[in-house]
Design a protein around this ligand. Structure first.
Ligand SMILES: Cc1cc2nc3c(=O)[nH]c(=O)nc-3n(C[C@H](O)[C@H](O)[C@H](O)COP(=O)(O)OP(=O)(O)OC[C@H]3O[C@@H](n4cnc5c(N)ncnc54)[C@H](O)[C@@H]3O)c2cc1C
Length: 522
């Protein structure tokens, strides 16, 4: 029988929902995860997109998974394994003079010894700042001005961590946080291709160009996983399957094809949820891994929330700009002057920073980029479970593709798809003839398939005004909400998106800490 007070419902079996559920079950809570899709994983799944061809349907590279989650939930014994780790990045040049980057090294025909030395210093400094964010990723953001002892300690720890950088690096940190990738990369490097490739780190998944504020912050967030880039064996779904299996071992019940339509209220407390078919499930605690707009505007309903809070959720910036391209290929693609081992690298099309900025410019006017930037992987080179023998899968994140396209995506999608293939063909001239099947997911498709309002990579822009104790908005930060018993645990909460699991883990800790402090009250 279900003990309502001990019963927790988690909305959504994305990787963060699964992580949160597992930690709550480990602490003795009775947990049910309700997932609208037919399989768990959210934006971290593997699925077939053409007969015999499988792909990581949104997230395709793993570089942020929280080591605590991996160890504490024993993901390696639950099935997590890799087909490739510590991948190199190759920045593609149309003339075949590519650059290969690994950790703090860069090599290529046109790279100077000055740029090679500058790369070491750039990576050292950015690595130091990313480590700072890495520590913050695993903390429940403190509340400013609450007068609470834990919040005061949390704020002091954050300030101390910045101070511990030392005077010189601290000044540099504050300076860099205030400018943009373009200016920083101009200071460090000469080679245009290197600058183009590095600038992509600051704009992937975001509504930003290299000259935009917050681009440095986004690059640091991406690096804050402090890990090499990896391909999970069997695609990104393997990460979610391992999490689902770890959660189930801890007693979590996962129900798929179970879309929640309403969070049920009893006064100012949650009382459970209602499903699409009318079934009601009672629970004393409801945790949502759905994005903030879906959670508060659709599932709770604006009429049940204060007008000021609803306005903030409406204004939360969450329109996506990244599309995803999947190609089923009849053989390995041939990129100009790229050998077989380089073909398996993370490949970038971002020839220089002005190219990336120009590609971004279109977004400001509701247009898709005519010459997009691409992050490409060919996972089937290492993993024959993804394609029939001798055939291959190409997976690419494509920017820029605004959610709110002026010409609407019904008309825009075929045009954009053609432009993406044209861009690819400049580097891999024969690719068009190798395509057996092509799938392009626009942010509107991503919204529909993964139920992410706006189709945004991070469930909402990652920016200093939507970060830490401001993420997604005040009063819904710290994984809480204005309603007693309703919590948040997805990418819309601190520290944001990427397959990391930190939001799910932090949320479980915040819920358990709050309940134990309530239990101690007279
Ligand atoms: C195109 C693209 C490429 C990306 N590439 C990468 C990458 O290479 N590497 C990386 O680390 N990250 C990448 N990301 C980001 C990453 O995929 C996400 O940030 C992350 O998966 C979010 O996880 P989550 O668990 O917080 O939310 P989600 O994965 O969105 O999970 C939320 C779950 O809630 C479910 N749900 C929503 N509403 C309801 C409801 N009413 N009832 C029941 N269930 C519901 C959804 O179906 C979903 O399963 C990419 C994202 C996109 C869009």
């Amino acid at each position: 029988m279900t003990d309502m007070n001990n019963h927790v419902v988690v909305i959504g079996a994305g990787h963060n929902g699964l992580v949160c559920a597992a930690y709550l079950a480990r602490a003795g809570r009775q947990v049910t995860v309700l997932e609208a899709a037919e399989q768990p994983g959210g934006a971290a799944i593997t699925r077939e997109f053409a007969p015999g061809f499988k792909v990581s349907a949104a997230a395709h590279l793993l570089y942020m998974l929280d080591e605590n989650v991996r160890k504490e939930l024993s993901l390696d014994t639950a099935g997590l394994s890799f087909s490739q780790q510590d991948m190199k990045t190759t920045a593609l040049a149309e003339d075949g003079n590519h650059l290969v980057m690994s950790k703090d090294a860069v090599q290529g025909a046109n790279i100077s010894s000055e740029d090679q030395a500058a790369m070491k210093e750039y990576r050292r400094l950015m690595g130091r700042f990313a480590r700072l964010l890495h520590r913050m990723n695993n903390r429940i953001p403190p509340r400013v001005g609450s007068g609470n002892r834990d919040d005061t300690i949390g704020l002091a720890k954050t300030a101390l961590a910045i101070r511990m950088l030392g005077r010189k690096d601290m000044r540099e940190f504050l300076r860099m946080a205030g400018i943009n990738m373009y200016d920083i990369l101009q200071e460090y490097f000469d080679n245009p291709l290197l600058k183009g490739a590095l600038s992509m780190e600051g704009v992937l998944g975001a509504k930003l160009g290299p000259r935009s504020n917050n681009s440095v912050f986004c690059a640091l967030h991406r690096m804050s996983g402090m890990q090499g880039t990896a391909l999970p064996a069997g695609g990104m779904g393997t990460v979610s399957d391992a999490l689902a299996s770890a959660a189930q071992k801890l007693g979590v019940k996962i129900r798929t094809s179970a879309a929640v339509t309403k969070v049920l209220l009893q006064g100012d407390r949650v009382g459970g949820v209602e499903l699409q078919d009318g079934e009601r499930i009672t629970a004393g605690t409801v945790v949502s891994s759905a994005d903030p707009k879906t959670t508060f505007l659709n599932l709770v309903g604006a009429k049940n929330l204060e007008a000021g809070f609803v306005r903030k959720i409406h204004n939360y910036r969450s329109f996506g700009n990244a599309a995803k391209l999947h190609l089923a290929l009849q053989g390995p693609p041939e990129f100009k002057a790229l050998n077989q081992s380089q073909l398996g690298d993370r490949l970038l099309i971002a020839p220089d920073m002005d190219y990336v900025e120009r590609a971004f410019n279109h977004v400001k006017y509701g247009e898709h980029s005519a010459q997009p930037v691409l992050e490409i992987t060919i996972p089937s080179l290492y993993d024959d479970s993804l394609a029939p023998a001798g055939q291959h899968v190409l997976s690419a994140v494509v920017q820029y593709a605004p959610y709110q396209l002026k010409s609407d995506w019904h008309n825009g999608k075929p045009v954009f798809t053609g432009q993406v293939i044209d861009t690819l063909a400049k580097y891999a001239p024969g690719i068009r003839d190798q395509i057996l099947h092509c799938e392009l997911l626009t942010p509107v498709d991503i919204e529909k398939e993964f139920r992410i309002s706006g189709g945004h990579w991070h469930h909402g822009e990652l920016a200093l005004d939507q970060f830490m104790m401001l993420r997604p908005v005040p009063r819904a930060a710290q994984y809480a909400s204005p309603l007693n018993g309703l919590f948040m645990c997805g990418a819309g909460s601190h520290p944001g998106g990427g397959v990391m699991g930190s939001a799910g883990r932090n949320a479980a800790r915040a819920i358990l800490a709050l309940e134990s402090s309530e239990g101690q009250q007279p």
